[in-house]
Structures are given as structure tokens and as C-alpha cells.
Design a protein around this ligand. Structure first.
Ligand SMILES: [Zn+2]
Length: 68
């Protein structure tokens, strides 16, 4: 068992022990996934931006329709 490589919300090193076969504890497994596939996070950000633009467009269309 080794110390978890994850970081707490305060930015401190996690003091928990790692899970077997991982360098992170059960709480910080998602941090391991992020470091291994940064492209997925970028795609997520991009899709979130597209969704935000889509919602803004739909909102604008509804505004114009209600004004008539
Ligand atoms: Zn941890």
C-alpha cells in the first residue's frame, strides 16, 4: 500500500492509502482518469460550451417569439 497521489480540496496531498492496482485512493480515482486522458476533459469542455451556446440561441428565439 502506498500514499494516494490525489489532492484534497485544499490542495494538500491526500493522506489515504491507495487502492490495489492504482496510485490513488477510492475518493481520488477520478483524478487518475483525468491525468490519463486529458483529451476527454477538453472534449467535455467543448461540448459544454456548445450546449451553452445552444441554450442561448433557444432562449433568444423564445424571447423574439413572445415579443410579437
Ligand atoms: Zn486520495
Amino acid at each position: 500500500m502506498a500514499q494516494c497521489e490525489g489532492k484534497t480540496r485544499k490542495g494538500e496531498r491526500c493522506a489515504r492509502n491507495t487502492r490495489t492496482g492504482s496510485s490513488y485512493c477510492s475518493i481520488h480515482v477520478d483524478q487518475e482518469r483525468r491525468t490519463r486522458s486529458p483529451r476527454v476533459e477538453e472534449w467535455d469542455r467543448d461540448s459544454i460550451m456548445k450546449a451553452a451556446v445552444g441554450f442561448a440561441l433557444v432562449g433568444a428565439i423564445f424571447l423574439f417569439r413572445f415579443r410579437r
